[in-house]
Design a protein around this ligand. Structure first.
Ligand code: AMP
Ligand code: MG
Length: 400
């Protein structure tokens, strides 16, 4: 048995960024960029009117001048701006050569084809000069940055339709246990519905893994081995159940037959003591405990950071200090990770309300949790008001 900090360190050490590959721009949001992105030309590409109004010469300030033409967005004015005249112009249109200022429509008086201009004009007003936002060749996005919707807009502006990224890890979920039936079925005597399968699929989506493949197997060595072999192409394999010490806990034996090297098995923590972590070449395999709360916690603390790191992102997330609003009972010899709801307190601190459960199987009291608080091993109760580290579940922060 190793302590939970050592377990997390080993997981992070083995989880390395996947090889970059090209994806369509519309698939790229949320992924880590693996190439620099530079402007293909000046932005704006031409001196652009920023208002609907009139392109003018500074010397005509305070005068009434004729409108000699019009230019709409997407058009071009044939000819140049001469003193003593103005050109009606729309937002986004290229300023005619010689334009010194754009006067908003609201600031002139127009009668027929004559326009009276204001007495005060500032050189370049309401004009975005070519290259003023971003000159050609400037590197705007760097490798290692997360692609946001605005970054997608930048790349679309530059004409990029395919981009090099660290891909999403692909994941296989394998539920084990003869007692399990699918959610749509009526359980028979001694049976329960599979809740870990749907939960892990939802967690996978929460941390931006690729859509998982899901298999269910009975507690038989050959069946587990077969499911592992059918999952060989995935970056991550998540088994649930069958990792403890029962006669039918056959996941460790199946992993040995599969040829995976066990990095650790059993962690000094509650929930999730039976956790197993193994690797086969670049594939990472987690044997998650079958108890639903243990399964959830082990995903939160170990699988999510592994997935983040495989996606090229920094992980694990920093724990924050939170003030307990009710006492908690620590566990002797094991770090206790208690489900809790964190919310902002009046002095800018986080208040952590523990959500006590009856067991590692009990998700019914825990499900509203938005964080896990970390309680060090011990015997004495920890009183309300004590500060403990906590980590957000998934993409919480408050409100979740
Ligand atoms: P195990 O780790 O296989 O010994 O399972 C521990 C407990 O978790 C048992 O009560 C199982 O019935 C339960 N369990 C295992 N797998 C699941 C699952 N996929 N969904 C819900 N409960 C499960
Ligand atoms: Mg089982």
């Amino acid at each position: 048995m190793i302590p939970p900090d050592e377990a997390l360190r080993l997981v992070c050490q083995h989880a390395v960024a996947l090889a970059p590959r090209d994806v369509a721009l519309e698939e790229a949001c949320g992924l880590q960029l693996a190439q620099p992105v530079a402007a293909d030309r000046h932005y704006p590409p031409f001196a652009r009117a920023m208002m609907d109004g009139y392109a003018v010469r500074l010397g005509d300030a305070g005068r009434t001048v004729p409108v000699v033409g019009q230019v709409a967005a997407g058009d071009r004015f044939a000819g140049a701006m001469e003193p003593g005249g103005c050109v009606e112009i729309m937002t986004g249109a290229p300023c005619p050569p010689g334009t010194e200022a754009v006067v908003p429509k609201e600031h002139v008086r127009r009668s027929g084809s004559q326009v009276s201009l204001p007495g005060q004009l500032r050189a370049g007003q309401h004009i975005a000069e070519a290259g003023s936002e971003c000159p050609a060749g400037r590197v705007v996005l760097q490798p290692g940055q997360t692609i946001t919707p605005m970054a997608v807009a930048v790349m679309a502006s530059f004409g990029i339709v395919s981009v090099r990224v660290v891909p999403r890890p692909s994941v296989a979920i394998i539920t084990t246990g003869g007692e399990l039936v699918p959610a749509a079925s009526e359980p028979g005597e001694g049976q329960i519905r599979d809740s870990n399968g749907p939960m892990l699929a939802a967690l996978a989506r929460d941390v931006a893994l690729e859509r998982p493949s899901c298999l269910h197997v009975e507690d038989q060595l050959e069946a587990i081995l077969d499911a592992l072999e059918r999952s060989a192409d995935h970056n991550l394999v998540l088994l649930t159940g069958g990792v403890s010490v029962g006669t039918y806990d056959l996941v460790p034996a199946a992993l040995e037959r599969y040829g995976a090297e066990v990095v650790f098995h059993k962690v000094r923590q509650k929930p999730g003591k039976p956790l197993l972590f193994a690797r086969k070449q670049n594939q990472l395999v987690f044997g998650l405990p079958g108890n639903p709360l243990s399964c959830h916690f082990c995903f939160h603390r170990y699988v999510a950071p592994a997935a983040q790191r495989m996606s090229g992102k920094p992980a694990p997330a920093q724990a924050l200090p939170g003030t307990l609003t009710a006492p908690v009972e620590p566990k002797a010899g094991r770090t206790y990770f208690v489900t809790a709801r964190a919310e902002p307190g009046e002095e800018g601190q986080w208040l952590v309300h523990p959500l006590p459960t009856t067991s590692s199987a009990d998700i019914f009291a825990s499900w509203p949790a938005n964080c896990y608080a970390q309680v060090p091993p011990g015997k004495e109760p920890i009183p309300a008001g004590h500060v403990l580290p906590f980590t957000w579940i998934g993409s919480a922060p408050w409100p979740y």
